[in-house]
Design a protein around this ligand. Structure first.
Ligand code: G3P
Length: 218
């Protein structure tokens, strides 16, 4: 399972990269705005800065909502760095743009996926990744993991090579359950990744080992 971090914060990306287990980064317009990145020049530079930190795919989202605008923006984003994946929303225009990019060999991430039907259409258009937002489904009392399971079954039935990128991951159990189902990738906050490593028995076990060693070795 690939681990992506869902942020535009360079410090957090560096911290995650330093762990040695990071496979990529996802961003979106809200995450870029959270870092105060504004204006096209600065936004494009920020994507390059991210690409220079992480050795893996970096999703950069288009703002245009029409086919022509998405193509223009996506082509500019794709030229920034070989790691860029053009992130495109799940709309009719978005699907046309994904098909266009897929035919040109430009990688895409179809975002804002909330149903299996949307994921099926995105795979048929040739999306490299689909991003089902599991946390946001949980927020409205719908099980986000059920959607991951449905998409896994559909993609396996037809051998689609589109990767399931479980997004809007909020906590470590989301990651573990996505891994059990067979999501190809998860993206979430650094805190959820760090929480996977924690266990009280690890902490107390290590404290005991060190205390016993000190008893004999001083
Ligand atoms: O990758 C999707 C993500 O940014 C949405 O997460 O927590 O805002 O639902 P969240």
């Amino acid at each position: 399972m690939k681990f992506f971090i869902d942020t535009a914060n360079l410090e957090q990306i560096k911290e995650a990269q330093d762990l040695g287990i990071l496979d990529g980064v996802t961003t979106n317009p809200s995450l870029m705005a959270k870092e105060g990145i504004k204006g096209e020049k600065k936004i494009l530079k920020h994507y390059v800065d991210i690409c220079n930190i992480v050795d893996g795919d970096v999703s950069a989202e288009v703002i245009a909502t029409d086919f022509k605008g998405m193509v223009k923006e996506g082509e500019k984003l794709a030229k920034l760095h070989e790691n860029i994946v053009v992130k495109i929303p799940m709309t009719k225009e978005g699907i046309k743009a994904i098909k266009y990019f897929s035919d040109k060999g430009i990688r895409t991430n179809c975002t804002l996926i909330f149903s299996a039907g949307q994921a099926l259409v995105a795979a048929k258009a040739g999306a490299t990744y689909v991003s089902p937002f599991i946390g946001r489904l949980d927020d409205i009392s719908t099980n986000g993991l059920t959607l991951i399971d449905q998409i896994r079954t559909i993609y396996d039935n037809y051998l689609f090579d589109t990767q399931i990128l479980a997004a809007s991951v909020r906590h470590p159990m989301h990651i573990i359950e996505c891994a059990e189902i067979g999501a190809d990738v998860m993206t979430g906050p650094l805190s959820a990744i760090l929480a996977l490593m924690k266990h009280p028995l690890t902490d107390s076990g290590l404290a005991q080992f060190l205390a016993d060693h000190k008893k004999v070795n001083g």
